[in-house]
Design a protein around this ligand. Structure first.
Ligand code: GUN
Length: 291
């Protein structure tokens, strides 16, 4: 049984990106630039944005973080995006989600130039992904593919069951995995809230991807012995034994499922750290670089 070390793999990728950034700097005389816009004071968003900025700094990527109050108008936000669209030092733009209710999230996403869409949320990026044209892939599904690749777990011809159909994980990972290309080519089932007997499907999975958002929703009884289990969940639960009184758990009952899985990602330290690495990779790509 392998516990997939997402933290280690993420660091390997970041080292590769750093090398490519240094090469770009010496050969072309510029470095990739990322603009991050954070609206309001959501603590999780603040933490994510902070670690994105820190990663840029460590990799030699130029970054600007614009923090604006939750009261910012949609018009103001759209004009900030437009300013970065026209800023030649900026190759990637990311507006941290969720946004306050008075702002139309989709409108903001669509305002980002598809050439700078390092989050891969723009309909142009999603459309290209769907028809198999190279594009920006959103960080979490891209991170899952990269984990499989670097652990030499080939999904080709395998039955992958994805639980969850969100726009940022379930739908894109299912789409990426059905593409006729390397590290894809899988048979994919998507189970979701209208699925009556989830375990009927999950038990058939050679590779099970849990992106549900419910702590320990996937139990041992729901998993086929020998399956590869990828846990995308990040749920904070109460735990009186810890200093903070809370603890992070995934969507998978890790302690029990690891007894029968052939490989499994832990939470924390599995898919989570990969998202930063893939964002850095996308920012490098936006500037014309490759690892
Ligand atoms: N909120 C949660 N995940 C993400 C992400 O990947 N990108 C952005 N922009 N916001 C998020």
């Amino acid at each position: 049984m392998t516990i997939i070390d997402g933290k280690k793999i993420s660091q390997e990728i970041q080292t590769e990106v750093k090398t490519a950034v240094m090469k770009m700097k010496s050969e072309k005389g510029f470095v990739p630039g990322l603009a991050v816009i954070l609206v309001g004071e959501n603590p999780a968003s603040q933490a994510y944005v902070k670690s994105k900025g820190k990663a840029c700094e460590e990799l030699g990527i130029y970054s600007i973080t614009e923090r604006v109050p939750a009261t910012v108008s949609e018009t103001e936000l759209l004009s900030m995006v437009e300013r970065f669209n026209n800023d030649t030092k900026i190759h990637g733009i990311l507006v941290q989600l969720p946004l306050p209710k008075h702002i139309d999230e989709q409108k903001v996403i669509e305002a980002i130039s598809p050439t700078k869409d390092v989050d891969g949320f723009h309909p142009v990026s999603i459309g290209k992904m769907m028809i198999g044209i190279d594009t920006f892939y959103s960080a979490t599904p891209f991170g899952i593919i990269e984990l499989l690749k670097r652990c030499k777990i080939d999904p080709s011809g395998k039955h992958v069951v994805v639980v969850g159909r969100s726009n940022i994980v379930g739908k894109p990972i299912a789409n990426m995995l059905i593409q006729k290309k390397e590290w894809a080519n899988a048979i994919v089932t998507i189970a979701h809230t209208a699925t009556k007997d989830i375990s009927y499907y999950t038990k058939q999975a050679d590779i099970l991807i849990a992106a549900i958002g419910r702590p320990k929703a996937i139990t041992k009884e729901m998993v086929k012995p020998g399956a590869v289990v990828i846990d995308v969940g990040i749920n904070r639960i109460e735990d009186a034994t810890t200093k903070t009184g809370t603890r992070l758990v995934g969507d998978v009952d890790f302690e029990n499922v690891k007894e029968i899985a052939s490989a499994i990602t832990p939470v924390p330290g599995g898919v989570g750290p990969m998202t930063i690495a893939m964002l850095m990779m996308n920012t490098l790509k936006a500037a014309g670089g490759r690892v």
